[in-house]
Ligand binder design. Sequence first.
Ligand SMILES: C[S@@+](CC[C@H](N)C(=O)[O-])C[C@H]1O[C@@H](n2cnc3c(N)ncnc32)[C@H](O)[C@@H]1O
Length: 450
Amino acid sequence: MKNKKLQGNVRDAAFSILWAVENKQAYSNLLLHQTIESYGIAAKNRGLLTEITYGTLQHQMTLDYYLEPYLKGKIEPWVKTLLRLSLYQIVYLDRIPAHAVVHEAVEIAKRRGHGGVASVVNGVLRSVQRNGVRSFNTISDPYEKISIETSHPIWMIRRWAEQFGLEKTREMALENNKTPLQTVRVNTTRATVEEVIEMLESEELEAVPSKFIPECLIVTNGQPARTATFEKGFITIQDESSMLPAYALQVEPDMTVLDMCAAPGGKTTHIAEKMNNSGTLYALDLHAHKVKLIDETAKRLGHKVIETEVGDGKKSVERFGEEKFDRILVDAPCSGLGVIKRKPDIKYTKKEEDFARLQKIQLELLDQAARLLKEGGILVYSTCTVDAMENRGTAEQFLKEHPEMEKIQAALPAAMGIKHTGFVQVFPQDYGSDGFFIAAFQKTQKTATA
Ligand SMILES: C[S@@+](CC[C@H](N)C(=O)[O-])C[C@H]1O[C@@H](n2cnc3c(N)ncnc32)[C@H](O)[C@@H]1O
């Protein structure tokens, strides 16, 4: 394939992102921002670029199922990528005329390949246009049907169905293909929710309060990250589920708190707000470049209690000593299956063997946290994933290994109406937020080895 990009062209830009995701295992969300810059995509076309890129990734397996009967012989992988993104527009986007999609695809095929490739692309897309796409009704296996219909790998569907049932799995997989809500957290140390709504309105955005979390706003129109309200530190971009750990921690001013896996600092800064900026809040992360992001956000928001550090949570007893903290959050590195809506590439890059490896890391981090915690202190373990082994399995294993720790009910906002027995799995379809897991523990006695 020739590397002949066409500046300013939305489809060519989408193609280059999708090809890099597939070919170089690049992350779509990071690439999207870079590509908007490098291609010089006009502001009015950015929404379309996002829609085509994410939509094609979200529906990739479904698109392949639709394409298969039309592909004769061997086809180069990049041509398949081009066909997927073109078919996505024909099948899923009503407002774009099919002939325009075919024309653009043929132009890209000519520029990046040659006349022969262009004629294959033209032939396939015109045949689909004429004959339509096949239905899922001929797929008799229920797991395979959900897998193809919602474009999730079959192992993931089987695994979820075994853990949560087929119906819940289907609901979750369908939800994962929806556009995520845009939510922001109001910096309550600086302004009230009402004041922030007014500020956003004065910048021509529309925002409504969430039904579940008092400081959460749902932005229904506009880009909050590009506002003065954001720049001046009145809001943080954060998913609603990610606002739960700061509640579960039950922090109070003047406490000593550790956020063990803190970057980029979404939860650290929320905890600082709940501490009303009084006390000490250590924010640790393994990666220096990510710790910088916590510093930047804390500065923007005007938070003074946060002490950032680059360090390995697995060695944090060595660093801080035992029984030092009133509260600890372990927002652990995880498989991320709760954020598929935002990062659809996760569906295709995760492997089933990842869960055991992640569980091992999480248990090591939690083990350190138990030792760092003062008697009577609270530890919250959270992940942005939906997997029973990784979440509940880790929490249960942790309790087995730590008789000094007791499971307690996570203190979550009452409006969420969560009836739980100590561990909370939020599914993406429950509130339209990310899939998320929270477990809270209290230390009932000193660590035996202390
Ligand atoms: C789920 S993210 C944390 C998100 C963060 N709590 C927030 O709300 O913005 C997990 C983080 O754990 C960090 N991490 C991974 N292994 C770690 C370790 N051994 N010690 C400390 N941090 C680690 C990663 O760099 C990553 O930033």
